[in-house]
Design a protein around this ligand. Structure first.
Ligand code: SF4
Length: 283
């Protein structure tokens, strides 16, 4: 059995791919961020990180550049008179997008789907980030009460029919939100799984809604680096080995012996998505 630190190192090694190209896309050609070899040196090594962490002006420049593309796109949507909302599961992976949105326009509604099965720590983290970033968080839940969400044996649906459980508790409530807005901003990334790897920056969604994916070309290392540079908080369960955190019955700790950052979700089954990023896309 590997120790926790070894597992994190394995994971970090796996996700540290093509980072220069992605950084170039995010940060542009600013020479301040390159090392003597012409590579984008942010987060490339500890000394570069320390240098950046110790320089608030550079950090501010980084934040400005990182948020500039989403800011342009969001302003573009607004100029067209489109209504916007964000969805977030309030885990560590969510922090950069929530921070960026708070810098651009913290009045944009952030929808949080309370399935009724989340870890208490996720509710605590949501409240913490709402306070820290002054976010406009709106909590939603399934219109189908829990006593109607049991099978004939009286078990909750996640025991034997997780797809139906996810539909009732995640997809359905968000589908109802889609009906009220023009643009849905969410934080999916290509590196998270094969399905998300095929997504485009914009995709059509039901009810004539447009999906916008500003984090699509980030990877997990960039998420952690952004959090470190900006001295932001991580989900409290991260230190216990949880990397991707959903509902308590369907979330295990990250396993370095398995592929994928989301391998703790629905572990032991072939389910990889709840439906938000498969069913709520118009093919
Ligand atoms: S993740 Fe599990 S508990 Fe949560 S909605 Fe899906 S099946 Fe139900």
């Amino acid at each position: 059995m590997k120790k926790k630190n070894e597992k994190y190192k394995d994971y970090s090694d796996k996700v540290n791919q093509n980072i220069n190209e992605i950084r170039k896309e995010l940060y542009g050609e600013n020479p301040n961020y390159k090392n003597e070899n012409g590579n984008y040196s942010i987060n490339e090594n500890i000394s570069a990180q320390n240098e950046i962490n110790n320089n608030n002006n550079i950090n501010s420049n980084i934040n400005n550049e990182i948020k500039s593309n989403p800011e342009k796109q969001i302003n573009n949507y607004k100029e067209k008179g489109l209504s916007l909302f964000v969805s977030s599961s309030f885990q560590t992976q969510s922090v950069p997008l929530l921070h960026i949105i708070s810098l651009i326009d913290n009045s944009i509604p952030i929808y949080f789907i309370n399935t009724g099965f989340l870890f208490p720590e996720t509710h605590d983290f949501k409240n913490q980030l709402k306070h820290d970033f002054n976010l406009n968080v709106i909590e939603i839940s399934s219109p189908i009460s829990k006593h109607l969400q049991k099978d004939e044996q009286g078990n909750f649906l996640f025991c034997n029919d997780p797809n139906k459980c996810c539909y009732l508790n995640k997809t359905l409530p968000l589908d109802m939100v889609l009906q009220k807005y023009d643009v849905w901003i969410n934080g999916v990334r290509k590196d998270q799984n094969a399905n998300r790897g095929k997504l485009n920056m914009e995709e059509k969604a039901p009810h004539n809604t447009l999906r916008y994916h500003p984090m699509l070309n980030w990877n997990a290392k960039m998420v952690w680096d952004y959090i470190k540079i900006n001295k932001l908080k991580k989900h409290p369960l991260e230190n216990d080995g949880y990397i991707s955190i959903g509902c308590k019955p369907c979330t295990d700790k990250y396993d370095a012996d398995l592929d994928g950052a989301r391998n703790g979700r629905w572990a032991g089954t072939n389910k990889t998505e709840c439906g938000l990023h498969t069913d709520l896309i118009t093919k």
